[in-house]
Design a protein around this ligand. Structure first.
Ligand SMILES: C[S@@+](CC[C@H](N)C(=O)[O-])C[C@H]1O[C@@H](n2cnc3c(N)ncnc32)[C@H](O)[C@@H]1O
Length: 480
């Protein structure tokens, strides 16, 4: 008799889960957040990384290619997906990555890992595999190691979970994946049409849920909504499960999403009588914002007492500003207001010369990420051009930059020896980027971000006679 886990494996062999890099799982980003909270995580260019449920290896391989002195191991029980990962690895000559086809229930890790990644696995496997996933983290994490585990959360998955159950029943008569996907698509389209003019908040919520499902590529719909197992949990349940394995909650990999200070003041005031501690505040935020996914970081070591932040860690990081400034408005005169615009409608007004100079330097360098020391050198140069003294108080600058990270306005990455931040003498696409474009695999840039390509764009990358515009490749982070 086939058990649930065998069925899951067969389904991934039949329809691969084609998904690209998960930028928040990058060891340089995870490591920076862990260090901010007092865990001395390893630098990305000298570390060991393990990915559990690595699928086709498209998260692990770009990292392995970027960090030749680090070591990468990916484990997945789908032979078909591991074969795709291994073919890409071999074709690109990536010698520091290894893929293992094994069931997590029986696989034993060898040696300690500085980073363990499990993206899209915890909620999609039966309880015994979920348990084993956390047990592997406990067994294999180095003392300062950090695990990244994503999971579907409640109450965000409440309505999608209900629609999913209903879809499973509606498609139950269709055994073949194609038939199941096509019936599910037909049902979703009909429901969407039926709800399109309906008034009220339930109809609006349902429309959003249906739209999300309909927007997915068929393979993702098959494994996300039509999965054999998809069990969301609350933040409290997840952290309690981790604690039973001796794992401490560190932070969210998407750092801005855990900041209670980002919750509007009126909402915080309403919750104030409840006297929420850190963990309960996280749980309440999930409820009020209907959160459906978390990417939590865990460690065998507890974070600094009272979750004290060490912003001085930013001196070991490279910084990429996700804000723009109108070049004509640059004026570093003390007290003169300058506006910087970020994502999610964020507008920041800076008046202090050091803050304005740093933001201007980072904005003009983007998408490059500047190591803090070179950003400071450029900042002091700008200040000198305005006849202003260099920065004196670095702790105030670190605090300011930490606030930007907490607002989702700054990409912060540990740089290690920094060599990997520079492009080579003849910048070009990496072997893996070419392989991804040529084999219809998700393309990843040098900052570990997915890059969407049109068919024409893809052809321009792989046709040796085509001359893609170097400036736009540089902006997309596709030159290394
Ligand atoms: C939703 S996919 C996510 C894949 C990849 N991490 C990503 O985000 O693109 C879940 C992966 O877990 C793997 N998996 C599920 N159960 C497993 C088990 N018991 N042992 C090893 N791999 C497993 C599946 O084969 C699949 O590749």
């Amino acid at each position: 008799m086939t058990n649930k886990t065998d069925t899951i494996r067969e389904r991934y062999d039949a329809v691969p889960y084609r998904h690209g890099a998960v930028s928040d799982s990058h060891p340089a980003r995870v490591g920076a957040i862990a260090r901010l909270l007092g865990i001395n995580a390893a630098p990305p260019d000298r570390c060991r990384v393990l990915e559990l449920g690595c699928g086709e290896g498209m998260n692990l391989l770009p990292l392995a290619e970027r960090f030749p002195k680090s070591e990468f191991v990916g484990v997945d029980f789908s032979a078909k997906q591991i074969a795709t990962a291994e073919a890409a690895r071999a074709a690109c000559g990536i010698g520091n990555a290894r893929f293992v086809c094994a069931d997590l229930r029986s696989w034993k890790p060898e040696g300690a890992f500085d980073y363990i990644i499990a993206h899209g696995v915890y909620s999609w496997v039966p309880p015994e595999v979920r348990d084993r996933l956390l047990a592997v983290c406990t067994e294999a994490l180095s003392p300062n190691g950090v695990a990244y585990v994503s999971y579907n959360t409640l109450p965000g998955w409440g309505l999608p979970g209900g629609v999913r159950k209903f879809l499973l029943a509606e498609t139950a008569a269709h055994a073949a994946p194609d038939a199941q996907i096509s019936r599910a698509t037909q049902v979703l389209d009909a429901l969407s049409e039926c709800m399109k003019d309906q008034p009220g908040s339930y109809a609006a919520n349902l429309r959003d849920t249906l739209d999300d499902m309909r927007a997915k590529p068929p393979g993702l719909l098959f494994h996300d909504e039509l999965a054999v197992v998809n069990e969301p949990c609350t933040f409290t349940e997840f952290t309690a499960h981790a604690a039973r394995h001796g794992l401490h909650y560190v932070a969210e990999a998407h750092y801005a999403t855990m900041q209670f200070e980002n919750v509007p003041a009126t909402m915080r005031a309403s919750l104030a009588p409840l006297q929420l501690d850190f963990a309960r505040a996280q749980q309440f935020m999930d409820v009020v914002f209907q959160r459906w996914l978390r990417n939590s970081l865990l460690s065998r070591r507890p974070v600094a007492p009272a979750r004290a932040i060490r912003p001085g860690v930013l001196a070991d990081c490279a910084l990429g500003l996700r804000m723009t400034v109108d070049a004509a408005s640059i004026n570093l005169t003390p007290g003169h207001p300058m506006q910087f615009t970020g994502i999610h409608g964020l507008v920041l007004e800076a008046r202090a010369p050091v803050e304005k100079a740093m933001l201007t330097v980072l904005a003009s360098a983007f998408p490059e990420r500047l190591p803090f020391p070179s950003a400071c050198a450029k900042m002091n140069q700008s200040l000198a051009e305005w006849g202003l003294p260099p920065a004196q108080d670095f702790s105030a600058l670190h605090e300011f930059l930490h606030r930007l990270l907490a607002l989702d306005a700054l990409d912060v990455i540990l740089f290690g020896d920094g060599g990997w931040l520079k492009t080579g003498p003849q910048p070009g696409l990496s072997a893996l980027m070419r392989h991804q474009a040529a084999h219809d695999l998700p393309l990843t840039n040098r900052w570990h971000e997915p890059v969407a390509l049109t068919e024409e764009g893809k052809r321009a990358l792989i046709d040796p006679s085509a001359r893609p515009d170097a400036e736009s490749l540089m902006r997309a982070g596709l030159l290394v």
